[in-house]
Design a protein around this ligand. Structure first.
Ligand SMILES: [Cu+2]
Length: 275
């Protein structure tokens, strides 16, 4: 329901499917071969351990396919040639949903917070009762949908530290992606790419990832969710960081056009694979 409303609020504009890059782990056709179908309780009788499994998401943060190193250096290049580096990566995802090859879906409602520097946040163990089967897509909301983006919803750190100013509409940052880039004058400039709902406008969006070749198994499945950070700056909108982070425009929290642009670029930021 929530995912639907997010989709509707996004006017169906772009829910691009991003291809994972690690589909070599094939599905074991015998994974549930020893289950006696006749012995299964009816679907509504409770959790059948052989027909469900636990999916764990493991979050990685990459630039150009390589794991990032946080710091004040500017080792990376974006699409328009800005040198940049990464110091902070913090964000929410919400309302995860698995879509199976047979068309069925399984939902894990609620929000999960990720901070690159807090290893415990980079693992998200979903409820253990996901149906076993071949996956088609992994879906989630990047940021917080309106129902979850409510001031006071998170009462303790680290989530509570993501608060978004009341004067800008309250709720929470979807993301804090901070670092440093080299500006047109050749000087280092610290950027804070902060996204969130601005003045009551929801800029969260649904991410749909191609999970072809991945499956939920009774033994448990880990899916690697990769945020490819350079993609925030491109596809479809190329960001010259000089235009967004400079002395007269130090940030983007009050910039509706920038928030809308991140919503567009974000459709291709994530990929999924299996470790
Ligand atoms: Cu901010």
């Amino acid at each position: 329901m929530r995912a639907l409303s997010v989709l509707l609020s996004f006017l169906g504009a772009t829910t691009l499917v991003a291809c994972g890059d690690n589909h070599d782990h094939g599905v074991d056709p015998d994974a549930s071969a020893d289950v006696d179908v006749d012995a299964r309780p009816p679907a509504d009788a409770g959790i059948d351990a052989a027909s469900t499994g636990q999916v764990t998401l493991a979050f990685d943060h990459l630039v150009d396919g390589a794991a990032i190193t946080l710091g004040n250096d500017t080792p990376y290049l974006d699409a328009v040639g800005n040198q940049f580096g990464v110091a902070v990566v913090r964000y929410f995802i919400a309302d995860l949903s698995l879509t199976y090859a047979d068309g069925s879906t399984w939902d894990a409602p609620g929000a999960h917070y990720v901070d690159h520097e807090l290893s415990e946040t980079r693992t998200y163990a979903l409820p253990p009762d996901a149906p076993v089967g071949d996956l088609a897509t992994v879906r989630f909301v990047m940021g917080l949908p309106p129902a979850l983006d409510v001031t006071g919803a998170f009462s303790s750190p680290p989530e509570s530290l993501m608060e978004w100013p009341e004067m800008m509409g309250g709720g929470y940052h979807y993301m804090k992606f901070e670092g440093r880039y080299i500006d047109d004058a050749g000087a280092p400039f610290n950027f804070k790419m902060h996204s969130g709902a601005l003045g009551g406008t929801d800029y969260s969006f649904e991410v749909v990832l191609d999970a072809d070749g991945l499956a939920v198994t009774p033994e448990g499945t880990t899916l690697r969710i990769e945020m490819n950070l350079e993609q925030w700056f491109t596809a479809p909108d190329d960001w010259d960081l000089d235009d967004y982070f400079n002395a007269t425009h130090p940030g983007i929290m009050n910039d509706a056009a920038a928030q809308a642009s991140l919503q567009r670029n974000g459709a291709t930021v994530f990929t999924v694979g299996q470790p």
